[in-house]
Ligand binder design. Structure first.
Ligand SMILES: Nc1nc2c(c(=O)[nH]1)N[C@H]1C(S)=C(S)[C@@H](COP(=O)(O)OP(=O)(O)OC[C@H]3O[C@@H](n4cnc5c(=O)[nH]c(N)nc54)[C@H](O)[C@@H]3O)O[C@H]1N2
Ligand SMILES: Nc1nc2c(c(=O)[nH]1)N[C@H]1C(S)=C(S)[C@@H](COP(=O)(O)OP(=O)(O)OC[C@H]3O[C@@H](n4cnc5c(=O)[nH]c(N)nc54)[C@H](O)[C@@H]3O)O[C@H]1N2
Ligand code: SF4
Ligand SMILES: [Mo]
Length: 764
């Protein structure tokens, strides 16, 4: 008699580890966790900045499943769909298990190679190119999905082993506007409050953040806050899941955030809701800011933002009258050519109302990538040394040179930010690139230009654990490791330093990124600076680098992280418990005072016109992570959002005779792409939205505007002018997809109509 083994799965051991996250049919057997679990390894999710605590379940040397951790204070027992499937990348059949090289030029195939051959070739060719064209012809481009230890070593590798000034990372596309705003207004680049502060707020203002899809576990704090009477204001051109039940939803036109924020502050000023004492004692710059704010009455602002003036007035009152208000921004407001200004305008509003340094009072960004916070402190940025130190500051240079045991004169100066490396490659000023943990062939704007730049490199090396769209263009591909194969720390969106623990060994010949870097440094003749044999040793050197700096990790040890379930920086001594809330007494400037800056509204770089009458905005969906290189390989996630679509309002669709699921072509000045239409009411009629997690002809970054924010050089992903029309023909990938199923699934999520502005809610 043949018996379906599955029947016994639950009978065999009636215990939680047999819990299956999937409907068995969709998941190959090898991913089922129906095994006797040898170990539960406490760690954190590898995806977003929330860094939920999880256990990886290990059986016979393999990761076979996941359990959420109840004991981690942030997610206590919850995981989102990405977190609960993250473990499926570990033993994925697509994992790269040996180095790959093109042995006979650009057009030859990528073939397996030994580590010796690959690393020798890289070192030799970097050295030859540098001898011929100078040290700065080689660049390093890294990412913040790695641990602090790995990110730190990337910056050191660029400056010490390669001696190039050109080192930057993918946070340039992500956190750089937020950094600019934090540095200009508050003086410290970290979240002002722990997430649990939401439970102390009377009003939470979310502007340009899709919390429900991008920080799913944080949503539970929003609901708990509201259960306690907290009011919610959401500003977003799309009615996101949290916007549906907001007390006030402001569907602003993309790119008009600073006008809205100035308008709200105008109302607050006129209604006497400004905190004069706080402004006097704890800030500078109010007089100039106030003079500008006078010029933003709600009627004018409403026209700019495409909102009703009453909505702006109601939102301002709700915010201004709160005893404690929290503002959260994210990439909606920051992915703009005015991204830094927008962040500063949000800070102005919070400072003018005295909303800092108390439970439930603050303003800041929701950091995106898993280690988006730590990654922006460790010195892998073009202008930065470890510990948020300034590469042009003589004291910082002297100190880091002493820790690294090099001559300060040998330490390179500031180089190009990642977005400016592309034009430098086209000019052949940069001729080689070592790229680790980023996939710009999906994530950088104006893809066709990016592709030309990368293809034109004399030597292009990529380290990844899956063959990404970018690795496909590389001359040499190095197999890296996933988070479960190594230990190390990350710093979550709260500023809490936590630790990943190793669950399993890497597959085949894959190597940990820091080992790859150390071995390469050896071959470049700089091995003495990279004598690391464990992440702990790297962390200890990093701690020393940060001693006395703004992001002070000196008092943080692996043991302390474990004992305290994470430690918030700054933590200057071993006895210090860490700092969950910043700015209780002083801001991060020498005089301890915050800065207000007048921020005039300046429109986005590209506005709609007769040829391109709509605004195209881009972003995320809950099921995919960034360039999708990991989540598009995860069966459940792939199934939920298998390909991109174009969200448009039903009025727009009607006018253009477009029906749900019709193939449409979206055009901008950079290019065009074709995808099915999703006709909804939860988006402004003048706006289109396309999720960006896909590559090749499915990449929305074929269309986006590469214009940069002047201070931080972040691209304007959130606004460009576009047109849409029914497609003349379907793209090749249309053959394999079920559009009806996708439309039906997305529809269930997005059915509710745009909310009307509600009457003034009462405050408690
Ligand atoms: N599921 C999922 N979660 C993620 C990620 C992921 O890829 N997938 N990535 C992580 C990372 S690295 C990041 S950076 C974060 C990003 O997190 P978010 O910033 O929340 O995500 P986005 O989708 O980029 O954009 C947020 C919202 O901005 C809105 N928006 C567009 N234009 C404007 C505008 O001009 N003004 C305003 N106010 N809003 C606008 C969009 O409609 C969108 O709802 O998410 C993190 N979490
Ligand atoms: N149109 C549009 N474009 C955008 C955005 C948008 O909203 N709209 N958002 C921007 C934002 S906020 C971000 S953060 C960027 C992200 O852009 P990318 O950095 O390009 O995206 P990721 O998918 O994180 O790329 C990381 C790559 O490194 C690999 N990887 C992950 N962890 C490791 C590791 O530990 N070691 C190694 N060696 N490899 C690893 C992954 O497989 C993946 O291929 O995209 C930006 N691009
Ligand atoms: S919310 Fe973020 S950290 Fe938590 S499980 Fe989801 S992707 Fe992972
Ligand atoms: Mo990001």
């Amino acid at each position: 008699m043949s018996v379906d083994k599955n029947i016994f799965r639950h009978l065999r051991r009636n215990q939680p580890e047999t819990f299956d996250f999937h409907t068995g049919d969709h998941v190959p057997n090898r991913w089922r966790s129906d095994e006797v679990i040898d170990r539960y390894v406490p760690t954190h999710c590898c995806y977003c900045g929330v860094q939920c605590g999880m256990y990886l379940k290990v059986a016979r040397g393999r990761v076979v499943g996941v359990e959420p951790r109840e004991d981690f204070p942030l997610n206590h027992g919850m995981l989102c769909p990405k977190g609960s499937t993250a473990y499926q990348t570990v033993h994925h059949p697509d994992r790269l298990t040996s180095p790959l090289m093109r042995r006979h030029g650009k057009n030859s195939p990528l073939e397996p190679a030994s580590w010796d051959e690959a690393l020798d070739t890289i070192a030799r060719r970097f050295q030859t190119l540098q001898a011929e064209h100078g040290g700065d012809c080689v660049s390093v481009f890294s990412g913040s999905s790695m641990t602090n230890e790995k990110c730190y070593i990337m910056g050191k590798f660029a400056r010490v082993a390669l001696g190039t000034r050109h080192c930057d990372y993918n946070g340039r596309l992500c956190m750089s506007s937020a950094t600019g705003a934090n540095e200009r207004s508050l003086g410290i680049d970290r979240a002002a409050n722990p997430i649990s502060d939401m439970l102390h707020a009377d009003c939470i203002f979310v502007i340009g953040a899709n919390v429900g899809e991008c920080f799913p576990i944080i949503t539970s704090y929003l609901w708990q806050a509201r259960d306690r009477g907290c009011k919610l204001i959401v500003a977003d051109p799309r009615q996101t899941p949290i916007a549906r039940t907001a007390d006030i939803y402001l569907p602003l036109r993309s790119g008009t955030d600073s006008a809205l924020l100035n308008g709200m502050l105008h109302v607050i000023l006129k209604e006497g809701l400004v905190d004069e004492k706080f402004l006097r004692e704890r800030t500078v710059g109010w007089e100039e800011t106030k003079a500008l704010i006078e010029q933003y009455p709600p009627e004018g602002v409403a026209r700019v933002c495409g909102l009703k003036p009453e909505a702006i007035i109601e939102a301002a009152r709700l915010y201004g009258r709160a005893q404690a208000a929290l503002t959260y921004t994210a990439r909606g407001l920051e992915h703009q050519s005015k991204g830094v200004d927008n962040g500063v305008a949000a800070m102005n509003l919070a400072l003018a109302t005295g909303n800092f340094g108390r439970p439930g009072a603050g303003c800041g960004t929701l950091t995106g990538q898993g280690n988006g916070q730590g990654g922006r402190e460790v010195g892998q940025k073009a202008t930065q040394l470890p510990g948020c130190r300034d590469i042009e500051n003589p004291e910082d240079r002297e100190y880091i040179s002493s820790v690294w045991d090099i001559d300060e004169k040998e330490l390179p100066h500031a180089g190009y930010p990642a977005t400016l490396m592309i034009p430098a490659m086209l000019r052949q000023e940069i001729r080689a690139c070592f790229m680790v943990c980023t996939n710009p062939m999906v994530s950088l704007p104006d893809q066709h230009t990016v592709e030309r730049a990368l293809r034109g490199l004399d030597l292009f090396v990529v380290a990844d654990f899956f063959l990404s769209e970018t690795a496909e263009l590389a001359d040499i591909v190095l197999p890296g490791t996933v988070w479960a194969e190594d230990e190390g720390t990350t710093t979550s969106l709260e500023g809490r330093v936590i630790k990943y623990n190793k669950a399993v060994e890497p597959p085949g010949e894959a190597k940990r990124d820091w080992e790859i870097v150390c071995e390469l440094a050896q071959r470049l003749g700089k091995g003495q600076y990279f004598n690391f044999t464990s992440p702990r040793q790297i962390f200890d050197e990093y701690r020393l680098c940060t001693k006395g700096a703004k992001s002070d990790y000196w008092g943080i040890t692996y043991e302390k992280i474990e004992e305290q379930n994470g430690v918030f920086w700054p933590c200057p001594t071993e006895e210090h418990l860490g700092t969950p809330r910043l700015y209780e007494e002083r801001f991060g400037f020498p005089d301890g005072k915050a800065r207000l800056h007048p921020i005039p509204y300046i429109p986005p770089a590209e506005e709609p016109d007769a040829e391109y009458p709509l605004v195209l905005t881009t972003g995320r969906v809950i099921y995919h992570y960034l360039s999708g290189n990991q989540t598009r390989r995860t069966p459940f996630l792939k199934e939920q959002a298998p390909f991109p679509w174009v969200e448009m309002h039903e009025q727009t669709a009607q006018r253009l005779e477009i029906g749900d699921g019709d193939w449409v072509t979206v055009r901008t000045r950079r290019g065009e792409m074709t995808a099915p239409a999703l006709v909804i009411r939860s988006i402004r009629p003048d706006t289109l939205f396309i999720p960006y997690h896909y590559g090749h002809t499915e990449a929305v970054n074929q269309l986006t505007n590469p214009v940069l924010e002047p201070m931080m050089k972040i691209p304007e992903y959130k606004v460009c002018a576009a047109s849409v029309a029914r497609a003349a023909e379907k793209p090749a990938w249309a053959r394999d997809v079920d559009v009806e199923a996708l439309v039906a699934a997305r529809k269930r999520r997005q059915e509710l109509p745009i909310a009307q502005v509600r009457p003034t809610p009462t405050l408690r």
